[in-house]
Design a protein around this ligand. Structure first.
Ligand code: ADP
Ligand code: MG
Length: 161
């Protein structure tokens, strides 16, 4: 599956998508989250991390630009890096901060505001587009690699989506 669209009518819908994504993750996966401020990018990431077993807080990496987590996939620890590049001054900062090294090294990367890194950000396996629509959110997922497509295949979506 390369393309998938739905309507998340409330927060529970976004939480269900986060949980479905958590079950479908694979090491090395890179997910770009697109959407305006308040679209639900951090909310979705928080739901994903909690469903993946992270017990503590998930704070928005608004000022730190990145927050690292360790989750377990099939019993193995995997690092998950949650980026928010909104406040990054220039695409070059992405390289200077050493962020590029996190990609493709078996870590899972979830990136809010990927546009801020311009062409310096490694391409996504999956892009998620969140858009406010009515009281809820329209969501679209696109896979751009075999890894991303196999992740979308594994999405077992709950009935309230
Ligand atoms: P972003 O990181 O995209 O700027 P946030 O993750 O901070 O946005 O989300 C803003 C708010 O969107 C959250 O506080 C949450 O309550 C709300 N939200 C998330 N999903 C939905 C949904 N499907 N319907 C309505 N509100 C939602
Ligand atoms: Mg955010």
């Amino acid at each position: 599956m390369r393309h998938w669209k739905d309507y998340l009518k409330d927060e529970a819908g976004t939480q269900a998508l986060g949980a479905a994504l958590a079950r479908a993750l694979a090491p090395g996966l890179s997910i770009h989250l697109h959407g305006d401020l308040g679209a639900g990018k951090t909310f979705l990431t928080r739901a994903l991390l909690h469903a993946a077993g992270h017990p503590g807080r998930v704070k928005s990496p608004t000022y730190t630009l990145v927050e690292p987590y360790t989750i377990r996939l099939g019993g193995q620890p995997v690092e998950l890096m949650h980026f928010d590049l909104y406040r990054m001054g220039s695409p070059e900062e992405f390289i200077e901060a050493g962020f590029r090294e996190h990609f493709g090294a078996g870590k899972i990367c979830v990136v809010e505001w990927p546009e801020q890194a311009g062409g310096l950000l490694p391409s996504a396996d999956i892009e998620v587009f969140l858009t406010a629509a009515g009281d809820g959110r329209a969501v679209e997922l696109r896979a751009h690699s075999d890894l991303g497509a196999s992740c979308l295949e594994k999405l077992h979506l709950s009935p309230n989506l």
